[in-house]
Design a binder for this molecule. Structure first.
Ligand code: FES
Length: 170
């Protein structure tokens, strides 16, 4: 007597369906991976680059001695002002008005920043003197390397008020 088991027709159907399902799932998985890979490539292409020397990256403003105490210097490539306070400390102030984002020029005669859009005004420390801006100018991180002033423009730092602890010394 033979013990060999032969599948009947319905078992063959079930096995064929599960093979089809398996192939379908495999196809979906490969398609999903391809979509992720292509999405990643597109994101890498359109994401802002943070190269050194460009806004969004590390900007070398210049040598420490290029900035006399009590001076405010615009660094257009970094979109900030380097404010060197009379005591020799540095602040990097984002040029963007904290009201609606206009570029705020430094007014040397008035010794303050005056926004041309709605007249918000700020001190050389970026402290708010006159609304409608809701807070001081944002800061960027300042650090020093081999006698150079460097500014990290990757992330503006918001603050409620100017505080001497925000000032960085060489
Ligand atoms: S954008 Fe500067 S005061 Fe409105």
């Amino acid at each position: 007597m033979s013990t060999e088991h032969k599948p009947n027709a319905s078992q063959e159907d079930a096995s064929a369906i599960s093979r089809r399902d398996f192939l379908k799932l495999g196809g979906l998985a490969v398609g999903g991976l391809l979509t992720l890979e292509i999405g990643g490539m597109i994101l890498r292409y359109v994401a802002p680059r943070q190269a050194e020397g460009e806004f969004g990256g590390i900007i070398t403003a210049g040598a420490i001695d290029d900035f006399p105490p009590g001076s405010v210097t615009h660094i257009p490539s970094g979109r900030f002002y380097l404010s060197r306070l009379p005591d020799g400390g540095f602040l990097a102030l984002y040029q963007r008005c904290t009201h609606l984002g206009c570029t705020v020029p430094w007014n040397q005669d008035e010794d303050k920043f005056i926004c041309p859009c709605h007249n918000s005004q700020f001190t050389a420390e970026g402290e708010l003197l006159n609304p409608p801006a809701p807070r001081p100018l944002d800061l960027f991180r300042v650090f020093f390397e081999e006698g150079l002033v460097k500014v990290d423009t990757s992330k503006p730092i918001q603050r409620a008020h100017f505080d001497p602890s925000q000032v960085v010394y060489p």
